[in-house]
Write a protein that binds this ligand. Structure first.
Ligand code: FE2
Length: 293
């Protein structure tokens, strides 16, 4: 499925940009379905906001339960002191996850099929296992930055195999918070690892530091040495698929524009690799992990 140029770029840069991978009808249907899910969701005491830095037990429990659910996560400052939504629900949502591709018919169809299966095979993903799906909202004016990270921190396998499939459901631009990546950064070590530990009080999640290699800079390089660590933005139209490996550093800027930037992601590992029992996302026999077929 990959052209020779694409195969070369995948090896050299660690990512591929595939414009038009999804037809407009599918991206529009996905956006409509996202709005329906948010409209139907009633925030409760167990809602939790999404932050990998938030150690609160409620947030840990909400995240762990979402492995086999369709759960809405709100911006951390979306609630007032009484726990009531302080802004309209459809403007407060941060993301929805993490089993849309299993439990929601629209996202099941979006996430599976021969095109994705063929692409995964051509990227070298053997016996792919699609662990999670996320709808990532970047709200107009208030959508926050997602700091530099590697997705391998959340899906550790031996060897490293996690691959991210990032679909633009709306145009992603420099103004509304498109992805930035570090070409070639897939050769750098895993900096940190998000682990689940089972304590007497129940499971707790924490980020563990592994390596102090600096993150790339998204500002203009100041010299030849800086150029090697330079980050590049990936503004892409709706329907584009960006794929990258789990060691590729990436980031997205805040959205200061009046336009939203909705993206959908899938994370898949090789079934032939060992999936860490310390990864936060585990599946029960009731919802076994499956591939792109
Ligand atoms: Fe990521």
């Amino acid at each position: 499925m990959l052209t020779p140029e694409q195969a070369t770029q995948w090896q050299r840069d660690g990512y591929l940009v595939l414009p038009g991978f999804k037809p407009a009808a599918q991206t529009r249907a996905a956006c409509r379905r996202a709005a329906e899910i948010v409209a139907a969701f009633t925030p409760g005491a167990d809602t939790g906001t999404f932050s990998t830095r938030d150690r609160s037990r409620v947030a840990d429990a909400a995240l762990l339960a979402s492995a086999e659910a369709v759960h809405c996560f709100f911006e951390e400052d979306a609630f007032d002191a009484q726990g009531r939504l302080a802004v309209p629900k459809d403007r407060a949502i941060n993301k929805i996850g993490h089993a849309l591709h299993e439990l929601d018919p629209v996202f099941d169809a979006f996430s599976h099929g021969p095109d994705l299966a063929a692409l995964a095979a051509s990227l070298g993903l053997q016996q792919p296992q699609v662990w999670q799906s996320q709808l990532i909202f970047k709200q107009p004016h208030i959508g926050g930055e997602v700091g530099w990270h590697q997705d391998g921190s959340f899906f550790e396998t031996t060897p490293h195999t996690v691959t991210t499939f990032w679909f633009a459901l709306e145009d992603a631009t420099l103004d509304n918070g498109c992805l930035w990546v570090q070409p070639g950064g897939q050769a750098s070590p895993l900096r940190e690892r998000y682990v689940c530990e089972h304590t007497a009080e129940g499971p707790r999640l924490r980020m563990e530091a592994l390596d102090s290699t600096p993150w790339p800079s998204s500002s203009a390089p100041s010299g030849a040495a800086a150029a090697s660590a330079q980050a590049v933005p990936l503004p892409v139209p709706a329907g584009t698929l960006v794929v990258f490996g789990g060691l590729l550093p990436h980031y997205s800027a805040p959205n200061r524009s009046p336009r939203s930037r909705l993206a959908y992601t899938l994370h898949a590992t090789c079934g032939s690799a060992t999936y860490s029992p310390r990864n936060w996302l585990q599946r029960s026999p009731a919802l076994p992990v499956r591939g792109f077929d």
